[in-house]
Every structure is written in C-alpha cells, then in structure tokens.
Design a protein around this ligand. Structure first.
Ligand SMILES: Nc1ncnc2c1ncn2[C@@H]1O[C@H](COP(=O)(O)OP(=O)(O)OP(=O)(O)O)[C@@H](O)[C@H]1O
Ligand SMILES: [Mg+2]
Length: 252
C-alpha cells in the first residue's frame, strides 16, 4: 500500500475575533498525500489556504480533528519537523540583517555543526538557483525574484522530506514567476520530494501538480482530481474549466 505521508482528518479551525465572536475558517477538511506526490491546493482568496498551510507547518494548531505528518502532530512536534519540512512563503521572510548565504544556512544551523559544511551546502543551492555573485549581499540589495530564490534555496538546503509552498510565485511578474516555477519543478522532479503547493492560479496548479485539491469556504475539499503527467493542452484546458467552475460555484 502507498505510504500516506500527510494525513489531514476532519479538521476544523476556529479563530476568535474580538472577545466573543467565533470565525470558522475550516470545517471538515480531510485529505491525504502519498510519498512523492505533488499536490496543488487551489481555492478562492480567503478560503483558508494559508491557514491550512500554517497548520501543516505546525505554526497553528487545529481546533478539532487531526493532522499527522509521518504519524506525528506537526504542532506538538514542531522541533522535530524543523528539518523534515521545507517551507517557501509568499513573501520571502528573509532575515534583513543576514546576507543571502547567512539566510540560506538558517535551517542547517539546527543540524549541521560545521560552518564550512553548512556553507558548502547552501552555496550549492544558491548557485543552482542562479545567485552566483550574490552570496554576500543583503535582502534589501536583491530584487523580489532574487529574494524568493534565496527563500527557495533555504528550503532545499535541509534536504527536507516534504516541501510546502504558499503562493511562492504569485506576486512576481509573469516572466519571473514562470522561470522560478520551472526551476522549482525541475528541482522537485530531480529530488522526488513530496510537495504541497498552494496557489490561486489554476493553470499553475495543472502545470505543477500530479493532483489538485480544490478548497471551498469554509476550508474543506470540494474536488480532489488526479492530473495525468502527459495531459494534452486540450485536456489541461478541460481540467482548468472544470476546476474554475467548482471554485466559482463553491460546490461540485
Ligand atoms: N489569525 C487570524 N485570526 C483571525 N482570522 C484569521 C486569522 N488568519 C486568517 N484569518 C481569516 O481566515 C480566513 C482565511 O484566511 P487565509 O489567509 O487562510 O486565506 P487564503 O485562502 O490563504 O487567502 P489568500 O488566497 O488571499 O491568500 C480569512 O477570512 C482571514 O481573515
Ligand atoms: Mg493565503
């Protein structure tokens, strides 16, 4: 049987707004991800994609239901997952007082004692991501696309089992975002990592994912669709239309 590496089971998430009001962000959210799968999560803005992402990362607890990654709770076992899960965020989240190299080694500081070894690994990823010559510069000296590349290098340096990306290419111009997506795809194919990619771009999801989960509002799955690897342009167009209409109607 395929090994389920991520298991989200009937998750409910409630935020308290103000003193009394409850806001239900997710209700009845369930899905599973097998090792090596690349799953894209799409849904309308505000439907709770980032909340789901934060719960998977262990930054936020669930209110009800469970999330298990490799059988463990990412919120309770947060430290265990520091080097098991690599995260790429919408904004780069780099430390402004650290250079590209110093940012890229952050995750490795937890596991690799030797500074030389840390830097060797981080340099390899920075170069792979086209940042040769920019190792010593600070985030304010880089363009948005370059900062995003440093963020991507930082996620890959720890060689995580699982990669999570939340709108990682969304705010860049189309050419840059296409280039970064290409590099990202190449790297995940090469490393065979299990990936969960949050995006609001349906076409991007079809290009990247083996599978697409469409979320409704409050956050729950409306559609869970496998995308065959060698789909024709016509088939991709049909998937796109179907997914669009499910998102639009908020139901299957
Ligand atoms: N810490 C919080 N406290 C209260 N409400 C929150 C909190 N974080 C998110 N929300 C609310 O939860 C809902 C879902 O937000 P979330 O950021 O998860 O959506 P999203 O699907 O990622 O949207 P987008 O596509 O715009 O990034 C929103 O209505 C938001 O206001
Ligand atoms: Mg979001």
């Amino acid at each position: 049987m395929e090994k389920k590496i991520i298991v989200v089971d009937n998750v409910k998430k409630i935020y308290k707004i103000g003193r009394k009001q409850d806001f239900v962000v997710a209700d009845g959210l369930s899905f599973q991800v097998s090792k090596g799968e690349v799953v894209c999560i799409v849904g309308k803005t505000g439907c709770g994609k980032s909340t789901c992402f934060n719960m998977l990362l262990g930054i936020e607890p669930t209110t009800e239901g469970t999330i298990r990654i490799e059988g463990r709770d990412p919120y309770k076992d947060f430290n265990y997952f520091q080097t098991k899960i690599g995260a790429i965020f919408q904004t780069d989240r780099l430390l402004p007082w650290r250079s590209s190299l110093e940012n890229a080694v952050i995750g490795l500081e937890l596991v690799e004692k030797s500074k030389e070894a840390r830097e060797e690994i981080a340099l390899k990823w920075l170069h792979r991501l086209g940042l040769e010559g920019f190792e010593e510069v600070y985030p304010y000296q880089l363009s948005g696309g370059m900062r995003q590349r440093v963020g991507m290098a930082r996620a890959f340096t720890v060689n995580p089992d699982i990669l999570l990306a939340d709108e990682a290419f969304g705010h860049l111009d189309q050419v840059t975002s296409n280039q970064l997506r290409e590099i990202f795809l190449e790297l995940i194919k090469e490393t065979g990592k299990t990936c969960l990619v949050v995006t609001h771009d349906i076409r991007e999801a079809i290009e990247i994912g083996n599978r697409i989960i469409v979320l409704g509002k409050p956050c729950r799955n409306l559609l869970d669709e496998k995308i065959p690897e060698f789909s024709s342009e016509k088939e991709k167009g049909e998937y796109e239309e179907r997914i669009f209409s499910v998102i639009d109607r908020g139901e299957v």
